[in-house]
Design a protein around this ligand. Structure first.
Ligand code: DOR
Ligand code: ZN
Length: 432
């Protein structure tokens, strides 16, 4: 099977400088990159004015299957990924049943093979049922295909258990992804602690509830030598702790979400439950620190924490609505509008944070746009604008606080294994 992408600008950090080329994909691989490749008899995409990136990987996604198929399924979530420009997603284990054993990991991989519009990399739970009491069978899950371990949604409160998990993970050469939250200090809070929470009469979550656990897990990673990845960093203090740990050579990496680098706690005003998320949206000063962390390499990855919830669940008093924000279909637009256009990140840095680094952290095949590499390509039109309308989402849910935002810089085609999974903002059904 052949596909020709004409007249795009190739962004590949390995080659350092963007360059103009036609890209010919044959049987899932990049077969040729040159100017003026003949398109005779070959299916062609015109990428004039567009940027070609190695296929983006979102390493923090909640696909909700098995168990919560009314919020999202593996089929719908990977279609949302394709529409968002992603060729791969890592699936968090807080499903029902929890992905804490090899059978659930295998189920996810089988479903993804049948109905997936993107690659799916399952993440296994650290503890049985993610209950923080007893370790899950990590070696068995790794053998079945788990790429990392996490109790995301919950912290592992017991430091001794986290130490043991890190020791096993190190032996298995798999990272631990930590949801950093001191639940005692968070104390049932529902948004950032501060002025806005006081005005709204809502209970706040202090920054220290995150930072205490970031500090603890850095110390445990230092002690065990385990690769630690900090999920959804939201505070200036966390950025500082991670920067310092990296300087000292601790094997720690970190991610930030588009909602945390775009929105402040004020998005909650009006009791907007679509802006209720854990960790909560913070302040302007935190956003500045997250951007500095992205720019100086302290933050390695942009991941969405795509967390679908049904309208009837979000349509409640703020205290009772679930935490979570959709991410897959707005991420690239926010990265370009908030980071590229504002000079925070270069295009090479975007390629690193959305493709190369997630692949490296999860131990996946190296991401590049060179002859011989996988034909996974994210094509972005940096000048295309769109007003976000959840009605356009292919996700089964619509809990986005970005409704009505104008985004500039959008994915216009997604290529997975040399096949088109999205073209002109619309997912294309795969032959699977
Ligand atoms: O806001 C969140 N939603 N944070 C989490 O850690 C879990 C996630 C979910 O699963 O809904
Ligand atoms: Zn999450």
């Amino acid at each position: 099977m052949k596909l020709l992408i004409k007249n795009g600008t190739v962004i590949d950090p390995a080659t350092d400088k963007p360059f103009q080329a036609d890209v010919l994909c044959v049987d899932g691989k990049i077969a040729k990159m040159a100017e003026n490749i003949s398109s005779r008899g070959v299916k062609t995409i015109d990428a004039t004015g567009c940027l070609l990136f190695p296929g983006f990987i979102d390493m923090h996604v909640h696909l909700r299957e098995p168990g919560f198929e009314y919020k999202e399924t593996i089929a719908s979530g990977t279609r949302a990924a394709a529409r968002g420009g992603f060729t791969g997603v890592a699936a968090m284990p807080n499903t029902a049943p929890v992905a804490d054993n090899a059978a659930v990991i295998r189920f996810i991989l089988e479903k993804a093979a049948q109905s997936g519009s993107s690659r799916v990399y399952p993440i296994g739970a650290i503890t049985k049922g993610s209950q923080g009491k007893e370790l899950a069978p990590m070696a068995e899950m790794k053998k079945a295909g788990a790429v990392a371990f996490s109790d995301d949604g919950h912290p592992v409160t017991n430091a001794y258990l986290m130490r043991q998990a890190m020791e096993y993970a190190r032996m298995l050469k798999v990272p631990i992804i930590s949801h950093c939250e001191d639940t005692a200090l968070a104390a049932g809070g529902v948004m950032n602690e501060g002025y806005t929470a006081t005005v709204l009469g809502l209970k706040g979550i202090p920054s220290a509830a995150e930072e205490i656990m970031v500090a603890r897990d850095i110390l445990l990673a230092e002690m065990t030598g385990c690769a630690l990845h900090i999920a959804h960093v939201s505070t200036a203090g966390s950025v500082r702790l991670i920067r310092d740990a990296k300087r000292r050579g601790v094997p720690v990496t970190a991610e930030v979400t588009p909602h945390h680098f775009t929105l402040t706690e004020e998005a909650v005003l009006g009791y907007n439950t679509n802006a209720k998320v854990n960790p909560p949206l913070r302040t302007e000063a935190d956003i500045e620190a997250l951007k500095e962390g992205l720019a100086d390499g302290t933050i390695d990855v942009i991941a969405t924490d795509h967390a679908p919830h049904a309208t009837h669940e979000k349509d409640k008093e703020f205290d009772y609505a679930p935490f979570g924000i959709l991410g897959l279909e707005t991420a690239v637009g926010l990265i370009f509008s908030e980071l590229v256009d504002k000079g925070v990140l270069t295009l090479n840095q975007v390629a690193c944070k959305c493709a190369l680094n997630p692949a490296r952290i999860l131990g996946l095949p190296e991401k590049k746009l060179q002859v011989g590499s996988d034909a996974d390509i994210t094509i972005i039109d940096p000048n295309r604008r769109e007003i976000v309308d959840p009605k356009d989402f292919v996700s089964l849910s619509s809990n986005s606080p970005f409704n009505g935002f104008t985004l500039k810089g959008l994915p216009v085609a997604t290529i997975l294994d040399g096949r088109i999974t999205m073209q002109d903002r619309v997912p294309v059904s795969t032959t699977n």
